[in-house]
Ligand binder design. Structure first.
Ligand code: 13P
Length: 250
């Protein structure tokens, strides 16, 4: 069965002082019943990795370059993330698609590079409010999924996160039926493309305004294997109840 995953995306938040939250999280979950992943800003990857040590908490990056090295000022490569202690990387977040004009085919190449470096790729998909209101959600998600996910994907190196853009940082969330519809659709597309073995082993996360108050309801939805959490992953006090809700859903 798929092991559930509680992932925190710190985005562009956190200086060294924020590591105390990671330390508290580590101490609060010595033997979790779910996987825990924290993706801090790149500047904190190394100290975060030192802090979690051999604990069950994994560390991940928030993006990587499509190439492994070279003249790309300001960018970070997948082998560099591995070198800093990351075992995962978020790719194709809507904020990267928007702020850096990333398209699904760019994300597929990045994901191929990241998977070749040994990273688990958390590939994000999501529709805008306009697209949902135009009833284009499944078309958009289907296109993003087929174009962003590389053929090299397996149940171990691919996680798909469904993050409706309009739900990110807004306090709005889709209804359980809306989340379930998209997750079931992603699952069926993965099974069709990769076969039932791989298709059923890829974990599907929901992201967008997940917090303690709605976690239990979201984790009860079929094909929701965990969450990708932004704001509520920044403190142990807010993230721990979400982890506990996920453990209760195991
Ligand atoms: P929020 O949990 O802050 O809505 O962010 C979700 C997200 O974008 C995680 O990648």
């Amino acid at each position: 069965m798929r092991r559930k995953l509680a992932a925190g995306n710190w985005k562009m938040n956190g200086t060294k002082a924020a590591l105390s939250e990671l330390e508290a999280l580590r101490d609060a979950h010595p033997d979790p019943a779910v996987d825990i992943l924290i993706c801090p800003p790149a500047t904190l990857l190394s100290p975060a990795h030192s802090l979690v040590g051999n604990s069950p908490i994994a560390i991940g990056g928030q993006d990587c370059h499509a190439k492994t090295d070279g003249a790309h000022t300001g960018d970070i490569s997948a082998p560099m993330l591995v070198d800093a202690g990351a075992t995962a990387v978020i790719l194709g977040h809507s904020e990267r698609r928007e702020d850096h004009d990333e398209e699904s085919h760019d994300i597929r190449i990045k994901a191929r590079t990241a998977q070749a470096a040994g990273l688990m790729t958390v590939i994000c998909l999501g529709e805008s409010l306009d697209q949902r209101e135009a009833q284009d959600t499944l078309d958009i998600i289907g296109a993003q999924l087929s174009l962003s996910v590389p053929d090299s994907s397996t149940g171990l190196n691919l996680v798909v996160a469904y993050e409706p853009i309009w739900a990110i940082g807004t306090g709005l969330t889709p209804t359980p039926d809306q989340i379930g519809e998209v997750h079931d659709f992603i699952r069926s597309r993965l099974e069709r493309r990769f076969g039932p073995g791989v298709g059923r082993s890829v974990r599907l996360l929901y992201g967008g305004s997940v917090k303690a108050a709605n976690a239990e309801e979201i984790f009860a939805i079929s094909n929701v294997d965990g969450a990708l959490v932004g704001g509520a992953s920044l403190t142990e006090a807010q993230f721990s109840p979400i982890i506990k809700a996920l453990e209760a859903a195991v």
